[in-house]
Write a protein that binds this ligand. Structure first.
Ligand SMILES: C[S@@+](CC[C@H](N)C(=O)[O-])C[C@H]1O[C@@H](n2cnc3c(N)ncnc32)[C@H](O)[C@@H]1O
Length: 287
């Protein structure tokens, strides 16, 4: 999960939490919805839209209009994308029907007429989509489900074929020594605790189990609300694969720090970076 997103969401959530303190204090494992908690814990689509727009405009001097959100889950980003501009369109791809249905009901249908500008497809991200889009994203490290190099390469090539010539493919990546550790990280929200659980990593393959649990103030918990079986990819591997897949240039955007040394959610293009304990970055490929 994007720790940057967690930090931002945490700040956002604690503000909301103050306003709705009494209502939210009653959350328990029995009445909570795992998708709501996930969105509150790890996603901040408004910031994603701002970032994507800024990086795209820097390259092509115009606004990006079409988005392909791979591994879209509840399509939270798709919904924010079309909300951000009256002509923007989004296509979201995910294999899990119940997740897509929940996303449609809670994120897309409430858009009203604007919902027509979103297509949610029960499709493998290796499949082609048309029309071609300005941007494709795979966020919150979802691409780590690809455990073989050949499959990751196939995925990058497949995405490239779905991008317009003035296109851009964006992945996020979590790195640093801590990202490989067997550990649990807890983030407190106003009415629940988000737990990011990193299992032991196989030294030869970098394959590991990761899970998200939610704990509540009444002592109940939603264990393994989400589980992942991932290969942890390194920055050079991802960049090399993008070049091999035919992207003409690959840029890296690195997160800055606030005065306390915490990630500040502001990403700048870099050529070199310190291998901090835990870092977040975006890899951006131009076809
Ligand atoms: C971690 S969630 C991503 C949610 C959201 N994109 C985000 O940024 O937080 C991963 C999603 O990928 C979906 N998924 C896994 N393999 C897939 C594949 N090959 N094609 C499409 N979706 C896939 C799962 O169903 C799950 O909803």
């Amino acid at each position: 999960m994007s720790q940057a997103a967690q930090q931002k969401a945490k700040a956002k959530d604690s503000k909301k939490g103050k306003k709705k303190k009494n209502k939210k204090a009653k959350l328990t494992a029995r009445n909570a919805n795992k998708f709501v908690l996930y969105q509150r814990s790890v996603q901040e689509p408004e910031a994603d839209v701002r970032f994507l727009t800024r990086v795209y405009k820097r390259e092509y001097s115009r606004l990006p209009m079409q988005l392909r959100e791979d591994f879209c889950g509840t399509a939270y980003l798709c919904s924010e994308w079309v909300r951000s501009h009256p002509e923007r369109t989004a296509v979201g791809l995910d294999l899990d029907e119940p997740t897509l249905e929940w996303g449609h009901e809670h994120n897309i249908a409430p858009l009203g007429e604007d919902a027509e500008r979103v297509s949610l497809l029960k499709k493998d991200v290796l499949e082609a989509t048309r029309p071609r889009t300005d941007i494709a994203v795979a966020f919150n490290f979802s691409y780590c489900i690809f455990q073989q190099r050949s499959l990751m390469l196939k995925y990058m090539k497949a995405v490239k074929r779905c991008l317009s010539p003035a296109g851009m493919f964006v992945l996020d990546i979590h790195g640093g020594p801590e990202s490989l550790e067997d550990m649990e990280e807890c983030t407190e929200f106003s009415d629940f605790t988000y737990v990011w659980d990193q299992g032991p990593i196989d030294a030869l393959s970098n394959i590991t189990h990761r899970a998200i649990h939610f704990r509540f103030k009444d002592g109940t918990q939603m264990k393994n609300a989400f589980r992942y079986h991932w290969r942890i990819w390194g920055m050079p591997e991802l960049c090399d694969l993008m070049v091999e897949a035919g992207y003409r240039r690959v840029d890296i955007y690195w997160e800055g720090y606030d005065k306390d040394g915490e990630g500040n959610g502001i990403f700048r293009k870099v050529k070199t970076a310190e291998n901090d304990e835990s870092w977040i970055a975006y890899v951006v490929g131009f076809p």
